[in-house]
Design a protein around this ligand. Structure first.
Ligand code: URA
Length: 289
């Protein structure tokens, strides 16, 4: 009976974590919180070991060593970043004159709460300066862990889609996302999070200066095209993405997100048409230059 109660309590706790968006363990090894507490040793971890002990009040739980404290407190974000994140992001993005500077600016930006729960800032992958730039939505668990966009299953499909029209991230494509940080549990990014991060991705496109843009999925298409329609309406039509400081505009095409295609393979034929249109446009641009 007790075992069954304990099991259902553990199950309820796990469900609570999953509902809250926790879908992976933070420590590499599991912590047995049910192990009986060891008798406190005569001396607790010293400053030399850098350890701290957290006593868990209820009896029967083992004290757990915490990681050492950082030597100095992290510098606080400028107040403007906390007050007006989108404005602060725009200023930081504008000040970046190279992709490296932009990467550093995003990494140092504290105006978006997603950064707190993310493991890594996911900036870009592929060839900086390539003719094609793909903009997806946000990192997932694999991307968050590796610090690179589109490295999980949807990234593998994206690679196959690009390869079908002779493109690859190792030679001809540059890839980023609207958001550089993973939303917990892969939830939809909020409009506020998108508004905060958009200045960075706009500057990212300006600095990468691709000849053609591909917006993968509704979040990317809607927020970069400034439209309200869903991806089913937006996909397959070209727009001129205005960038006066790149000498006019960049042709941009929206298509389905590879994660959506994995769930709805019947839409792959439409995505294939989009890829062919992308290839044609790219060939035209190459001929004209
Ligand atoms: N989905 C995205 O939109 N971007 C990634 O990097 C991974 C999955």
């Amino acid at each position: 009976m007790i075992a069954a109660d304990a099991r259902s309590a553990a199950h309820a706790l796990l469900s609570w974590y999953v509902d809250a968006g926790v879908d992976e363990a933070i420590l590499p090894t599991p912590v047995d919180r049910l192990r009986p507490a060891a008798k406190p040793a005569a001396s607790t971890p010293s400053a030399a070991s850098g350890g701290a002990v957290r006593s868990i009040p209820s009896a029967g739980y083992a004290p757990q060593a915490l990681p050492p404290r950082p030597a100095a407190a992290a510098p606080r974000a400028p107040q403007a970043e906390l007050d007006r994140p989108a404005e602060a992001a725009r200023d930081a993005a504008r000040a970046a004159t190279t992709l490296e500077e932009l990467n550093a600016a995003i990494d140092g930006f504290d105006g978006c709460g997603l950064k707190i729960t993310a493991t890594n800032t996911v900036f870009a992958d592929g060839v900086a300066g390539a003719d094609v730039m793909v903009v997806g939505e946000a990192p997932g668990a694999d991307e968050d862990r590796q610090g690179k966009p589109f490295v999980g299953v949807s990234g593998q499909l994206l690679d196959r889609m690009l390869a079908s029209v002779g493109l690859s991230r190792s030679e001809t494509v540059y890839i980023t996302n609207i958001l550089p940080w993973r939303p917990p549990g892969n939830r939809q990014p909020t409009p506020a999070e998108i508004a905060t991060c958009i200045p960075f991705v706009e500057r990212h496109i300006e600095l990468a200066a691709p000849k053609v843009l591909l917006f993968a999925g509704g979040t990317s298409a809607k927020s970069l095209m400034g439209r309200k329609e869903g991806i089913t309406r937006l996909r397959g039509t070209w727009i001129d993405w205005p960038r006066p400081n790149l000498g006019g505009s960049i042709p941009a095409l929206a298509t389905y997100h590879p994660a959506y295609l994995l769930r709805s393979p019947g839409q792959k034929s439409s995505a294939w048409k989009d890829l062919l249109a992308l290839r044609r446009r790219l060939d035209e641009v190459a001929k004209a230059t």
